[in-house]
Design a protein around this ligand. Structure first.
Ligand SMILES: Cc1cc2nc3c(=O)[nH]c(=O)nc-3n(C[C@H](O)[C@H](O)[C@H](O)COP(=O)(O)OP(=O)(O)OC[C@H]3O[C@@H](n4cnc5c(N)ncnc54)[C@H](O)[C@@H]3O)c2cc1C
Length: 422
């Protein structure tokens, strides 16, 4: 990118140091006349959770950020299985075409992605123990940010990368509301050696299902193995205590949701060391009609902008793509936020809209199929969870190449011959 000395100087405050905040800081540090600071509430930057999938879309943006070569650990996920958790029947086996010119899709530890991104954030950019509590629109002077420790800063542009429970979003979009979806997730990492003799299929990334629960197993590299298990309960009766995010829970509580599973699966769950489980309650919220607010002084990236509760298993990739596109939009419009933020909206809003539409149509399809079965058996309900008829083409997500986005200045077109954003 050519250095553009005529661009306006911009003070950017990024709230949150997750994948979205870190990627945004890296991307912004590559464009001229921007000073970037990340304000993160944690006292130490530490990822909770277990593993994360890095597919083509995430690799593409990591390449653009210059981070891909730093992320070296992970288990290749060329094959993915879906199984009936009670009978062990294989319901679906997907083999991804191996392309030696591309990086292998991997399941890696979340901490590995975080440290790879952190290695590319310039020193002095991250400020820890900075929990944003208040945000005030100061008109032409910018946005005033107030933190729990009493400190105050002013920025020309605030990037809300503060996750699904975003204070930035809740301040600038005061009517927005997220709700418990009914799904609770328990995640743990344990040594592969502790479980590898239980079933040969445990070495392959895969989901084991009952009608309302699943257990996901995958190696994540470096001798570690991940369990991410989910159970759905009616949110109308189970929402009262659901605030948890990364909270330790005891083994008996987790195991009580998976008593119908094959003995080897139950044994694997029992081998999680005490204190090893973390609980996450999944929340979701409706689609936003704009990702920018306060006269183009506030923008949302990552989970704060699309509260889809981990649907598609690629939210870190989306968050990093947002950060990269935001930086390209600013560079293109020489840091004029009045033009760059609408451009960001033009590119990212339809993408998220398509995700919401996809989830809604899939839910309708499953419900219709189930209705057609009359009084379905356990196995039929399990089979109905898996799309074995090929499903829809999902390359728009998993093969998305954000660097190939093209823009011709119109509201809708993203694929003109003019390649302005790169
Ligand atoms: C069960 C599950 C499995 C998933 N699997 C995958 C996967 O395989 N691949 C994938 O790509 N994605 C996956 N995701 C999604 C992914 O984890 C998220 O989409 C991603 O972490 C979003 O990044 P983010 O930076 O937007 O937000 P977050 O990662 O939530 O980061 C937000 C940051 O903001 C900080 N913060 C919050 N409030 C404040 C405040 N007031 N002041 C200052 N700092 C604040 C937080 O401490 C945190 O560090 C999964 C999600 C779930 C729930």
């Amino acid at each position: 990118m050519t250095v553009n000395s005529s661009s306006r100087h911009l003070r950017v405050a990024i709230i949150g140091g997750g994948p979205g905040g870190l990627a945004t800081a890296i991307a912004l540090s590559k464009i001229p006349n921007v000073s970037v600071n990340i304000y993160e509430q944690a006292t130490v930057l530490r990822e909770v959770g277990a593993g994360i999938s890095i597919g083509s879309n995430s690799w593409n943006v990591l390449e653009l950020l210059g981070v891909a070569d730093t992320l070296t650990s992970g288990h290749p996920t060329w094959v993915i299985l879906n199984m009936n958790g009670r009978s062990g029947e294989e319901l679906d086996r997907r083999e991804k075409p191996r392309n030696l010119e591309q990086r292998a899709p991997v399941r890696t530890q979340r901490t590995k992605l975080q440290s790879a991104l952190l290695a590319h954030v310039k020193p002095g950019v991250i400020h820890l123990s900075k929990r944003l509590t208040r945000m005030v629109d100061k008109g032409k002077e910018g946005v005033e940010l107030r933190f729990e420790d009493g400190s105050v800063v002013t920025a020309d542009l605030v990037v809300g990368a503060d996750g699904i429970r975003s204070v930035v979003r809740d301040t600038a979009w005061p009517n927005y509301e997220i709700k418990f979806t009914g799904t609770t997730i328990w995640r743990a990492l344990l040594p592969w050696d502790n479980v590898k003799h239980l079933d040969p299929r445990f070495g392959i990334t895969g989901w084991w299902h009952t009608p309302t629960t699943h257990v996901y197993f995958s190696p994540v590299g470096e001798g570690l193995w991940e369990i991410a298990s989910r159970a759905w309960q009616d949110p109308a009766t189970h929402s009262a205590n659901k605030k948890s995010w990364g909270v330790p829970v005891d083994n008996a509580h987790v195991e009580s949701h998976f008593t119908e599973y094959l003995p080897a699966i139950r044994e694997a769950l029992a081998r999680v060391p005490p204190g090893g489980w973390r609980e996450f309650a999944a929340f979701a919220g409706p689609e936003l009609s704009q990702l920018t607010a306060w006269d183009n002084k506030v923008v949302l990236v990552g989970d704060s902008s699309h509260a889809l509760s981990g649907a598609f298993g690629s939210g870190a990739g989306f968050a990093m793509e947002d950060g990269w596109i935001l930086a390209q939009a600013l560079a293109y419009w020489k840091n004029d936020t009045g033009k760059a933020l609408p451009l960001f909206d033009t590119i990212r809003l339809p993408y998220y809209s398509r995700m919401y539409a996809h989830l809604s149509s899939e839910a309708d399809k499953r419900a219709a199929k189930l209705k057609g079965l009359g009084n379905p058996t356990f196995d039929e309900r399990v089979r109905n969870k898996i799309i074995t008829d090929g499903g829809k083409d999902m390359s728009w997500i998993y093969k998305n190449d954000i660097g190939a986005i093209q823009y011709n200045g119109s509201k809708e077109a993203h694929s003109s011959p003019v390649r302005c954003i790169r």
